[in-house]
Design a protein. Structure first.
Length: 156
């Protein structure tokens, strides 16, 4: 990272950013072609979980290349200056990471992952309709690397 003064190295702080985020931006690549997609997610401190339909573009990219990059942000704010356009900036906290995605096929692992996704947004545990779950693919991203950045700039 170019600006070490903005780096977040504390794992608890990185986890807090991920847990307070609403969307995971997932970057994929296939045949030297990039694809970026926002997804809902779950996070248990060790892995990221997501679900998909049974077919689609994401799945084609997952199959071609299981290496993924992901990004989370929170506390985003435009910092305005009343007179100078070049004094406008952004405040934010972000986490960028890399990992490997794999499909979860065992029932217990799928239920765990789906509950992590629901817990991210609802804070509680759920029961799932097996008929609906059968039409859902569930994925785990094993995290290999995390970095964080905090940018708070003055408004004047």
């Amino acid at each position: 990272m170019r600006r070490n003064d903005k780096a977040i190295t504390d794992r608890a702080a990185l986890d807090a950013i991920i847990r307070s985020s609403q969307v995971c931006h997932l970057a994929l690549a296939k045949d030297n072609w990039p694809y970026l997609v926002p997804v809902s997610f779950g996070y248990d401190g060790r892995a990221i979980y997501l679900h998909t339909a049974t077919e689609g573009t994401k799945l084609e990219f997952f199959q071609a290349n299981p290496q993924v990059c992901f990004e989370f942000e929170c506390n985003v704010e435009v910092r305005r200056h009343p007179d100078l356009a070049c004094k406008w900036s952004m405040a934010y906290e972000s986490v960028i990471g890399f990992g490997v995605i794999r499909e979860l096929v065992e029932v217990a692992a799928r239920d765990y992952a789906l509950n992590e996704i629901m817990r991210q947004y609802s804070g509680r545990t759920w029961s799932f309709d097996p008929v609906i779950v059968a039409r859902t693919r569930v994925w785990q991203i094993e995290i290999n690397e995390l970095t964080g950045k905090r940018s708070y700039t003055k408004t004047t």
